[in-house]
Design a protein around this ligand. Structure first.
Ligand code: GLU
Ligand code: MG
Length: 457
């Protein structure tokens, strides 16, 4: 019926041919939920062309579902009614870790052809447009940490018990890593670095920055590849923020910078002593001001708050600093000779249980608020903020970030900027879904929480 999706009929034909040439039997139409899980409905190769144009139907209730598959009561999102999942042909990829299968990421549309209010990708598009009206494009890169394990009757066990950056850890997972990198190569995703991280079985994989929407699409695919390759080799890979209670957390730091239309990095000012432009400072100030609320979008799960504790290099206090790994906003030192290209800010208050579209949309809304109000950040913090006296922290405006998912959601609900940005249907469904996860996990034991996150993210 409709043709308001991102793809034209022409593109649909081209994708259908490409799928046929690659011998695909199924093409997944994928989306990410308010619960941060990735889900899909697949089209058979036959009929793909018309499904790309008209989409696949989905119950209007789906974005009211939490990560325990418990449907939440959200007005207008019950058992009656449908939305259309319309794939973006630009995101077409093979999924090399499963047989004869490809994928595209979808936008959600109402039956009358308008973007559905709960559509996370449309939210990010809207925020991109707001930023573009100021001449800027946010570039972002997600830096995933994850745990490689084998499952057993005693629960998942890490594939190594090695040390931080240890080559023993690299060797233990080398065959897996090679398969993963080969898959990402076939998916046109550029890997920058990989290493064994501090935790047992823990690894880190960083990918190249891209404009926000593309970066979020890639994050969905990188998560799929990390877990999909593991499954195909008999492992379990988990991006849960705290895979085991005492282990190092799995962060998914978001590196970001603001670019203009002619290839200039607006965060970079060669004349400033720290190389940071006044726009970078204002953007950082905006993110810092909204951080307790933004955390509910970027580190959004019950398990996320096991990770965001002092002295685990995840950033537990609102502050920023140069190369300070206990600051949730870190300004990484630049590469000599590539100063402009490498000027960026790292948000550590983020993990891979976030919906990457909602996380980046929220990040833009927070940064834009800083730009629009011309905010100036407080002085940078040069020490681990946990080591400061309370009075010192208070004097510097350094506050503890929310200590639970519930506190973060309370901050989000009272943050007018983020609530306005999300719009009625997205904010209602998001708050309902995430609050219900708090209810479910806080009334059960820690083992239930661990399993609930380890095997779903
Ligand atoms: N694993 C740490 C986290 O939870 C990050 C360690 C680092 O890469 O600095 O964010
Ligand atoms: Mg790391």
């Amino acid at each position: 019926m409709r043709a308001t999706g991102p793809g034209s009929a022409d593109q649909a034909g081209r994708i259908a041919h490409a799928a046929e040439r690659a011998g695909l039997r199924l093409v997944r139409f994928m989306w990410c939920g308010n619960d941060g899980t990735v889900r899909a409905k697949a089209s058979a190769a036959s009929g793909l062309e018309h499904r790309i144009v008209s989409g696949i139907g989905l119950t209007v209730a789906m974005q009211a579902m939490n990560s325990l598959d418990q449907l939440q009561p959200v007005e207008g999102m019950g058992p009656v009614g449908e939305i259309r999942l319309v794939p973006d042909p630009e995101t077409f990829t093979l999924l090399p870790f499963v047989p004869a299968t490809g994928a595209m990421v979808v936008d959600m549309f109402d039956l009358d052809g308008r973007p559905a209010g709960e559509c996370p990708r449309s939210f990010l598009r809207r925020m991109q447009e707001r930023l573009r009206a100021r001449g800027g494009v946010l570039h972002a890169a997600f830096e995933n940490e994850f745990t490689l394990a084998t499952d057993s009757d005693d629960g998942p066990q890490p594939v190594d018990r090695s040390l931080c950056f240890s080559t023993i850890g690299l060797n233990a997972s080398a065959h897996y890593t090679d398969e993963l990198l080969a898959a990402l190569e076939q998916m046109d995703i550029v890997v920058e670095q990989h290493y064994a991280e501090l935790g047992h079985g823990q690894q880190e994989l960083s990918t190249a920055p891209a404009p926000a929407l593309r970066a979020a699409d890639q994050q969905v695919y990188v998560r799929e590849a990390i877990r999909g390759v593991a499954t195909s080799m008999g492992y379990v890979a988990s991006l849960a923020p705290k895979p085991w209670p005492e282990a190092a957390g799995n962060g998914c730091h978001i590196h970001f910078s603001l670019w203009d239309g002619s290839g200039g990095n607006r965060f970079y000012d060669p004349g400033a002593s720290d190389g940071l432009s006044s726009e970078a400072r204002a953007f950082v100030a905006g993110v810092l001001e909204h951080l307790p609320a933004l955390a509910a979008l970027t580190a959004p799960s019950y398990n996320s708050y096991r990770r965001l504790v002092p002295s685990y290099w995840a950033g537990a206090y609102t502050c920023w600093g140069y190369d300070n790994r206990e600051a949730p906003l870190r300004i990484p030192s630049r590469s000599a000779g590539r100063e402009e290209a490498t000027t960026n800010v790292e948000l550590k208050t983020a993990d891979a249980t976030c919906n990457p579209y909602i996380a980046l949309g929220g990040l833009i809304a927070a940064g834009l608020d800083g730009l629009e109000r011309g905010l100036e950040p407080p002085p940078p913090v040069e020490v681990d903020p946990a080591t400061l006296e309370d009075a010192q922290r208070e004097a510097w405006g350094v506050r503890r970030l929310p200590e639970t998912q519930r506190d973060a959601l309370d901050s989000l609900e009272s943050d007018e900027v983020l609530m306005e940005a999300m719009g009625d249907r997205l904010r209602r469904s998001y708050l309902a879904v995430r609050r219900s996860e708090w209810e479910a996990y806080s009334s059960e034991d820690e083992a239930f929480e661990q399993r609930g996150h380890f095997f779903k993210y």
